[in-house]
Design a protein around this ligand. Structure first.
Ligand code: GTQ
Ligand code: FE2
Length: 370
């Protein structure tokens, strides 16, 4: 098959040579040799700052949940399709199932007593539970309860299946680095057993019993940093308490909050102190009533889900009111602010670890460049 040559346009734009029949012939010959000159492309290839193709966008929980329920009625979950997961497709990304150029976000739904089969893949995954309970995700044979407010990890190449042990359906948010892994052509995938083998329903996973005690690591495993966190579940009671304590300390005149009235915690890997997984950062933010955040731009893309409360979000030129369960995207280098009347709790994930690792991270917060 002959590849379709690229179309090089001779233009009158500044910095371009004068249009002549000879120039057109040169460009035509470039095309047949599959050559592209830099001088016609430089504005797009090397912009003065990031221009994300992803657009600011919001998805409403009140629309997502009924659609997931309808999928639950019509679409069985099992081997092959693997998951009843419905991806958020950013309107700037040409219909691909990508919420940002690097990140996947989906609502996943399991009906009463349903199972999603065991598999593993090199893509890193997490779950965040905005409401409901009753599903256990079994990670390398360790059953992990999923409950409201919990943040759960399935780092790359760990076997995992889900089973709903209750008589109620459950829906949650999945986040993965599927687009990044796809662009970099680095993905592997394997089926595990069709049935989730350990059907136990312990309150805490073995991983938490070993790793999730504050400031304490098992001596048998210290001194060997792992690329992803060994903690399979970060429980809401801990997140909630950490945020409350930050705000209480502020009230008592002590430092700790990110900005006035705005508490924030990052989920971290206890073996390194760094991000939970190599490609994904996750945080939880709580703003007091009446707070407006400073406008912030960052290299890399973020997705937020409102957990409780409501607020008005501004991303670039877009503005929306968001409330419980709503999701929104902040593309790379777009300014983001949030204003809340009654207070708001927000879950956030981003691809920032990629840029940190590559020394390409930049943050600009209203006049302060870091
Ligand atoms: O639950 O294992 O949304 O493998 C996409 C891929 C969820 C999962 C997704 C997956 C999963
Ligand atoms: Fe998976």
């Amino acid at each position: 098959m002959t590849p379709t040559p690229v179309r090089i346009a001779a233009t009158d734009a500044p910095g371009q040579p004068e249009r002549t029949p000879e120039l057109d012939a040169l460009y035509c010959d470039f095309e047949s040799e599959l050559l592209v000159p830099l001088w016609t492309e430089i504005g797009d290839l090397m912009p003065t700052q990031p221009h994300s193709k992803a657009l600011p966008h919001t998805w409403r929980w009140r629309n997502l949940l009924p659609l997931a329920q309808r999928a639950g009625d019509l679409v069985p979950v099992g081997r092959g399709g693997e998951r009843r997961a419905i991806a958020l497709a950013n309107p700037g990304l040409g219909g691909q199932p990508y919420v940002t150029p690097t990140l996947w976000a989906a609502i996943q739904y399991l009906g009463p007593r349903e199972d999603a089969p065991v598999h593993r893949h090199t893509q890193h995954a997490f779950r965040f539970v905005v409401e409901g309970e009753g599903v256990w995700t079994v990670v390398d044979g360790d059953p992990v309860a999923m409950r409201r407010g919990d943040f759960l990890l399935t780092p790359g190449w760990h076997f995992h299946g889900h089973h709903n042990q209750s008589d109620a359906p459950m829906a949650w948010l999945d986040g993965l680095d599927i687009p990044f892994a796809h662009y970099t052509e680095s993905t592997f995938f394997e089926f595990g057993p069709d049935e989730v083998e350990d059907r136990g329903t312990p309150h805490l996973s073995r991983s938490e019993r070993l790793w999730a005690h504050p400031g304490l690591s098992p001596v048998s495993a210290t001194g060997t940093p792992t690329p992803s966190s060994p903690i399979a579940a970060y429980r809401w009671e801990h997140t909630d308490r950490a945020l409350n304590d930050q705000l209480a300390l502020e009230e008592e005149g002590h430092p700790g909050v990110l900005e006035p009235g705005h508490a924030a915690v990052r989920f971290t890997n206890p073996t390194t102190g760094g991000d939970v997984m190599p490609t994904i950062r996750a945080e939880f933010h709580r703003m007091r009533r009446g707070v407006t955040t400073a406008a912030r731009r960052e290299v890399g893309s973020s997705v937020y889900q409102v957990f409780e409360g409501s607020g008005t979000v501004r991303v670039g030129e877009s503005e929306w009111m968001v409330t419980h369960g709503d999701l929104f995207v902040v593309p790379s280098w777009q300014p983001f602010t949030l204003a809340t009347d009654d207070g708001v709790d927000l879950f956030r994930f981003s691809d920032t670890p990629l840029f940190d690792r590559l020394h390409q991270s930049r943050i600009h917060v209203e006049g302060i460049r870091k």
